[in-house]
Design a protein around this ligand. Sequence first.
Ligand SMILES: [Zn+2]
Ligand SMILES: [Zn+2]
Length: 604
Amino acid sequence: MINLKLSSILTTIAEISKFKAGEKEIVINLSKSARSIRDYDRDIMDAYNDGTLEDMPGIDPFSFEIIKEYFETGSIKLFEQIKEKYPEDLLRIIRLSGIGTKRVFDIYDKFNIKSFEDLKDLFTLNCDTKKLAESFEIENLFLERIKHSVSYYESQRGRYPRWLILKFTGKIVEKLSSMNEISSLKVVGSLRRRKAEVSDIDILILPEFNNDDTNFEKSKELIDRIRKSYFVKDLISEDIRRENIGAKFSTIFDVNLEIIITSKRSWPVDLLTTTGSKNHLAKLKEIAGAKGCFDGHLFNFSQIKFKELKKYKSNESLFEDDDFVCPEEKQIYDFLGLKYIVPELREGFDEVELAKESYLPNLIKLKDIKGDLHVHSNFSDGIMDMKEIVKKIKKYDYEYLSFSDHSSSNQYGNGLNQNRLTEKIRYMEELNSAYNKFTFLMGAEVEIDDDGNLDYDNSLMSKFDIALGSIHKGFKFNAQSNNARFEKAMENKYVDIIAHPTGVVFKSRAPYFLNVDYLIECASKYGKALEINSYYLRLDLNEENARKAKNAGILLSINTDSHRPNNLDMIRFGVDIARRAGIEKESVINTLSLEKLKKWKSSR
Ligand SMILES: [Zn+2]
Ligand SMILES: [Zn+2]
């Protein structure tokens, strides 16, 4: 988590410097570096140690010096100075609320807030911010925003983004797979269900010495050996059950690991039960109970003659293909009279009822995506040249990709004015003439201003193959105003997609006030698509809102919002949100061929 920690420190330094005049360049560079660090595939300390950090794309000399200071001295003077007055979690609220450093500091001073606890005390659940605002002569909305940020911050405690956890899990799986006595292992729990945010890593292990029953002594020895692995910090607890044995460890990755050691006989059932979710299992238990296969505590599927158990290779343990049907679990679902339910859908909504009637959705797959409609090139704040991107997306078999650089008023995103837009159009014409099987679309991520106006007039808007409308500064408005801004933007016929609709950034920005139901209504009325932003810290729409959008029958677009090469691969996470929301490919516009996509655009 060092990458996230350092990236957060750089962002805080950038935030606090924002209101000092003449430091725009520093802020842009710090933000760019922060992004490079948080999206870096390896541990940033490794890059520092092997000398590659200094020349890493996106890292400027000022940021490099800050990081160097951290690795050499264990702290950063500039950051320590900032922290002198307010602790880190209070500084975090500045970013979460988005209402400005000075305003938040004023509020802290007025209410004599010295710690996060003070803030929580002030904004208890039933606190009347209106009354508070009146007596202290502060605008109520700013207090509401801080209250909202505090509760968002609290709700995210102990949760981590899946992209990051998968990296750590990969390392753990690799190590465990190399242990001779482990014959099969599988990542289970919320990671297997592809939840966007997870709180720990669960791994089910079948050792070669456990046949029909668990050999508890040998299993305990195996736990002791795992405990000695480089990634384990400490054993937190051990749990011996009737049928298997579990152990929870803290790890060097700052996320807990739970190991469940099972036997051949219990493997199929344990696979199902450790994958969860609780609500899904509760529904299965009802059906199993009626068949006499659940005794109030355990499933008993002794009536099923399980075929030879599948052996999972290291990669298969971590990722399941979209088409994968787990053979052991399929036998259980068959026995219960249900169609196989993929882990993504096992949340106890309506999947069991649908599986009874064979009405399960035909979920969208990664391979259905025909192109990414939200990518930033180095014309705005991306670090990639368009030609570099072509190489990176070869594996996806895309037909098109849209460069949706920021628009003029987005200063921190190096937005394009009319002249630079003309330059980009010329560059892209040249680029497209060099490719005949692939099309680069002229796109833009157009800022929606406080009043719902767009940065570009219609003569410019008409030049885009795909135009995204988005809000990056919606934090000092109430839901009604933000909805009105979106509605006005949607009235413009050239806007195709609303990008990252709620503005949330994992642990960095609480969503702005917005009535998502009304936004969905407007998208339906004006024929716009809403985005599922796949960038691992955004994931916006989230699965709950994506489900609402699906139920309302509106169209979606799954994009990466890439600024860096490895962001392009994060399309997986957007597709997984859609899968968890029960979305089929027909609801997603970028599963269309280029020809059909253009038709969709011109028909509206
Ligand atoms: Zn954006
Ligand atoms: Zn963007």
